[in-house]
Design a protein around this ligand. Structure first.
Ligand code: AMP
Ligand code: MG
Length: 300
């Protein structure tokens, strides 16, 4: 497990303004870690990931058997920050039946014909399951805030100033409150990659034929809005990190750190729930006894 002091650094404190410049995207998060050196930290991160994957598989089985809570994991980031790889690695040991992944792209006409939370509501995890949103309703206060013209397709006319966005954050907070009150544990991760590292990853996608498929011309277009995105992320995280649905700002310049942190937060959150394997009642015990007797009494 990751040291609690270090984990605390990643959690966006409710009610506090977030400044992303204060969040290191690399591995040397503290003086102590810096002294240990990159290779030691990399090995330690790998051990933490392995340990968590084993525990997550068990925790998820219990979540499923208990069948009262669900877990919603929200992943947001700039392109090439490692959302897909994080999902692949963190969920690698989990029973596929207990996990659902939804990726959200540009909304369709049908989706735009509804309120902005509609398409996400339809994909929420049922009790006993872990649901992962690869992008989420936060796009509606991120990409849409950076490109407000996207709003004009369907919404009634009105000012798209501070009040408009504040009301969207309020809607999101109310939606999340509703979900947590009904048994959904919400964990939100912003994979914090630096602009330099994104450039390096884009170049790798362009230079390695096996990675060409990962590159989209549109990604470069969005990179040009980097500062606007950082501001939108800061505003959204500051307004919506709550005790019930906290944001974690995860260093993402090294994939081994991102994966270890996400796996650790998810595993501990499930382990902290009061989960139990359902206990059979007296009637069910009697039924089990009779069933056993019947099977034992069968002739070969
Ligand atoms: P990708 O996840 O790389 O396949 O890209 C999906 C694209 O869909 C990204 O550019 C997102 O910003 C965009 N997208 C996702 N949700 C929304 C939304 N609600 N409104 C507009 N664009 C969105
Ligand atoms: Mg993409």
């Amino acid at each position: 497990m990751i040291n609690a002091e270090i984990l605390k650094r990643f959690r966006a404190a409710p009610g506090k303004s977030v400044r992303l410049k204060d969040h290191d995207t690399g591995w040397a998060q503290t003086e102590e870690l810096k002294e240990l050196g990159k290779e030691v930290i990399r090995e330690r991160a790998q051990e933490i990931l392995d340990e968590n994957l084993r525990e997550l598989a068990e925790a998820q089985e219990l979540l499923y058997a208990d069948d009262r809570y669900s877990v919603l994991i929200v992943l947001q980031a700039m392109d090439a920050a490692g959302k897909d790889g994080t999902i692949k690695h963190v969920m690698s040991g989990v029973n596929p039946q207990g996990c659902q992944v939804f990726s959200f792209k540009k909304p369709s006409d049908e989706e735009l014909d509804h309120n902005f939370l509609w398409r996400y509501s339809k994909c929420l995890p049922e009790r006993g399951r872990i649901g992962i949103f690869n992008r989420s309703y936060y796009e509606d206060v991120l990409v849409v805030k950076v490109h407000p013209e996207l709003l004009e397709k369907k919404l009634p006319p009105g000012k798209r100033g501070k009040k408009f966005w504040r009301e969207r954050y309020e809607d999101i907070n109310a939606f999340e409150k509703h979900l947590t009150r009904n048994g959904t544990v919400i964990l939100k991760f912003f994979l914090n990659v630096s602009k330099d590292e994104q450039r390096r990853r884009f170049l790798e996608r362009l230079e390695n034929p096996e990675k060409h498929w990962k590159f989209s011309g549109a990604d470069l277009g969005e990179r040009a809005y980097w500062d606007e995105y950082m501001e939108a992320f800061e505003d959204a995280i500051s307004a919506t990190s709550t005790d019930d649905a906290p944001w974690y700002i995860v260093p993402a310049d090294h994939k081994w750190i991102t994966r270890a942190v996400v796996a650790d937060v998810v595993t501990s959150a499930i382990q902290q729930l009061d989960l139990k394997f359902p206990k059979p009642g007296p009637e069910q015990l009697e039924e089990l006894k009779l069933a056993r007797q019947r099977l034992l009494g069968e002739q070969d």
